[in-house]
Write a protein that binds this ligand. Structure first.
Ligand SMILES: [Zn+2]
Ligand SMILES: [Zn+2]
Length: 396
């Protein structure tokens, strides 16, 4: 067995013939470019592309497979250049009704072993979704119903960025996933933590103790791929092996989560929409401390404080460590040109963030920038928390 790096939540901006898939994502983010970026710059071995139920993307995948550099494997997934395994996925927004009769919406990332599976899924979901060609569209069913359709096509369902305020289960549907999935809750193998939370925060909720935690990038552009990722122990790169790892089966498992310090996430603390500022008071902040307004976007940190049911945070024994990493784009003084220079010498961002010595970095970008990168790596920084859709900021 060996360790691999996986990022299971990457979007597509446009199809190769320039049809919009996710409007807010970069144009260069297409199926083939994601595969190349993972191999050439990121050092990612398994990537989940979650806009593959769009018929335009399905066309691109068929073309990609004909070109010869890529092929589908029996255990599920598409192998490209013998270096990266692409897992075909789809992000679906479900409609949930809570105990008070209020409707919320939540994102689910669903993964399938074969192209034929996701084609079947796409066709069936087009009955429940207004425009199946676009990313993360709202379906007219609940996740409790969706999971049956996913399983019919041999797939798995993972609740996405579970705490974010607008589109997630804990954020705006429920205080317990078990209320959503009921007797099917055991079919949920993993949850995605999202950029604004981490293992330490999530392990305050007891129903998550039996679930694997995933840290994925939710990338809307090529440079953001792998800003969060998972280190996984497997025998091979395939859908089947990843599934085993999520189940903790036959020695396969997630051995480490790498993610942002949650304070850097866009929804870490409550944000006052009237004053347009993040409120860093004692959690949970449910109204603005300057204007008293309740017109707020609830922070993930604050939401967890409300719904947690454990007195002290204690992770289950088999919980892997969560390592904070600060992507280069967050570090003061590191712009696009500096990143290209660094990648030119050290190949992947992962090398720069975790391995290369300060002296070597300094020889390429000078003392000041090298010093900032090392301070960020060692956590010697302070962070102004993000909220309301604005990322946190680093101060060195
Ligand atoms: Zn989402
Ligand atoms: Zn206010």
């Amino acid at each position: 067995m060996y360790e691999i790096f996986a990022d299971l939540h990457v979007h597509i901006g446009r199809s190769e013939n320039n049809k919009p898939i996710k409007i807010t994502a970069a144009r260069s983010l297409n199926f083939a470019n994601i595969a190349k970026e993972c191999v050439n710059r990121k050092g990612i071995n398994v990537v989940g592309i979650i806009d593959c139920a769009s018929p335009y993307v399905i066309e691109d995948i068929e073309k990609f497979l004909k070109n010869g550099d890529a092929y589908e494997i029996e255990d599920g997934g598409i192998i490209y250049k013998n270096k990266v395994c692409i897992i075909l996925g789809s992000e679906i927004e479900t409609a949930e009704i809570n105990e008070k009769g209020k409707t919320g919406s939540a994102h689910n990332i669903c993964f399938f072993p074969k192209l034929s599976d996701i084609k079947g899924f796409s066709k069936e979901m087009s009955k429940h979704i207004g425009n199946i060609t676009l990313s993360s569209q709202r379906a007219d069913i609940s996740a409790y119903e969706l999971i049956d359709i996913v399983e019919k096509y041999n797939g798995i369902l993972i609740p996405a960025h579970v705490f974010t305020p607008h589109k997630s289960f804990y954020g705006n549907c429920t205080d317990r996933l078990e209320k959503i999935f009921k007797e099917k809750y055991s079919k949920i193998l993993a949850v995605e933590l999202g950029l604004s939370s981490d293992t330490f925060l999530a392990d305050q909720i007891s129903e998550l103790e039996s679930k694997t935690f995933l840290t994925n990038s939710d990338a809307h552009s090529l440079p953001k791929i792998a800003r969060e990722y998972n280190k996984i122990l497997v025998e091979d790169i395939s859908f089947k092996e990843i599934l085993k790892a999520l189940k903790n089966e036959d020695g396969r498992r997630v051995v480490c989560n790498y993610g942002l310090d949650p304070k850097l996430g866009k929804y870490h603390r409550t944000f006052c929409e009237t004053c347009e500022k993040t409120i860093e008071g004692e959690a949970p902040v449910v109204k603005c401390n300057s204007c008293e307004s309740k017109n707020i976007t609830m922070g993930v940190f604050d939401r967890i404080e409300i719904i947690k049911d454990k007195k002290e945070t204690k992770s289950p024994e088999n919980r892997p460590p969560y390592i904070y990493q600060i992507p280069l784009t967050f570090i003061p003084g590191v712009g696009g040109k500096t990143i290209d220079k660094l990648l030119g010498v050290f190949e992947t961002e992962m090398n720069i963030l975790h391995k290369i010595s300060e002296n070597d970095i300094e020889s390429v970008v000078g003392e000041k920038v090298a010093n900032n990168i090392i301070m960020a790596r060692e956590g010697n920084i302070s962070i102004e928390a993000g909220g309301g859709g604005v990322y946190g900021k680093i101060k060195i």
